[in-house]
Design a binder for this molecule. Structure first.
Ligand code: 13P
Ligand code: SF4
Length: 319
């Protein structure tokens, strides 16, 4: 005699997810923070959409009891470090980041130990463990400004993004010791195909995120964080842009200036590799379920969280 396990029924998803999420926001006293690379529906229900710096500022300032973070793990982790006693939800815990993964804590600890006279400035796209080993955190919108504030004779390790690091070296004239990490999305853009697009659209401006490689950046009319790219499309006299960053941001560009044309920069092959596979793991359904069941939540060891808070606070003070 044996029993057959009943197949578990899929979770009930309301028909009007927008209304259901709005109700849950009220019920939980929750704020939804979303990065520009999230799918359009998530951007549209968010209370705040921004780049990593803007999202960190919002997380530091909010008085909501629950933070629902529609972004990737390191971003939600930063919100948790800033709010250790609040519930921070991430719709899909697998939403990681190739750049954060390119800097394993044990190897980085050895690298740091080999250069004891250096201070460590880490790009926010890193794990809480790397933040805990850093002196200052930066984002793509304040990296140049932060490095410029460090005395000229102070050696600096810059981690984990070698492309952003190289860009900061060019902008500041400083010699940085670079950790050799990178982002799979921003390294996928094809310089040749971007030039072909420019030839076909001669009035278009090329705008790029500093995580792109130097050959792509060398063709850019403007380089900046996601927020800076968005602002640039609003203020530039140009009406066409070749956008060398994750194409999720084009949703806001179209909403803000619908009469302009935005062409996603192509990747080296005909794949959708310019879409961040981690950001795209979050969906509106998963966001609803996370709020409904108050899980999955970000949990961090207390010692790591305390050690990681200081360099984030320094960034917020310096930017
Ligand atoms: P921003 O801080 O410019 O939004 O960049 C975050 C990111 O992950 C880019 O890939
Ligand atoms: Fe990380 Fe790159 Fe995705 Fe940004 S686009 S979250 S750096 S993998």
């Amino acid at each position: 005699m044996f029993t057959v396990a009943k197949p578990s029924s899929p979770p009930a998803i309301p028909r009007d997810l927008f209304a259901a999420i709005a109700d849950l926001k009220q019920e939980l006293n929750a704020i939804v923070l979303a990065h520009y690379y999230q799918e359009p529906d998530i951007q549209d229900i968010a209370d705040y959409i921004g780049d990593s710096l803007g999202l960190s500022r919002q997380a530091a300032e909010t008085d909501a009891e629950v933070i629902v973070f529609a972004g990737v793990h390191f971003m939600a982790e930063t919100a948790k470090i800033l709010n250790p006693h609040k519930l921070v939800l991430l719709p899909d815990l697998e939403a990681g980041c190739s750049l954060a993964d390119s800097c394993p804590p044990a190897e980085f600890a050895q690298f740091k130990a080999a250069h004891p006279d250096h201070i460590v400035i880490s790009y926010i796209n890193c794990t809480a463990e790397i933040k805990a080993m850093s002196d200052i955190i930066c984002t793509s919108s304040n990296a140049v400004k932060i490095v410029q504030q460090i005395p000229a004779d102070q050696p600096i390790i810059f981690a984990p993004d070698k492309n952003l690091g190289r860009y900061v070296m060019e902008q500041t004239g400083r010699d940085l010791l670079l950790w050799q990490g990178s982002c799979i999305v921003h390294e996928t853009f094809s310089e040749k195909r971007i030039i072909d697009l420019k030839v076909q659209n001669p009035t278009a401006e090329i705008i790029a995120h500093p995580e792109c490689e130097t050959p792509v950046l060398s063709h850019a009319d403007f380089i900046g964080s996601t927020t800076a790219l968005l602002k640039y499309t609003q203020t530039s006299a140009s009406d066409t842009f070749i956008v060398a960053t994750e194409p999720g941001i084009i949703h806001q560009m179209q909403k803000d200036c619908p009469s302009k044309t935005y062409i996603p920069a192509p990747s080296t092959s005909n794949c959708a590799c310019n879409e961040c596979p981690y950001m795209r793991l979050n969906t509106l359904e998963k966001l609803y379920l996370a709020m409904k069941h108050k899980t999955p939540e970000i949990i961090l060891p207390e010692a790591t969280s305390i050690a990681a808070l200081k360099p984030i606070q320094r960034m917020l003070e310096m930017s």
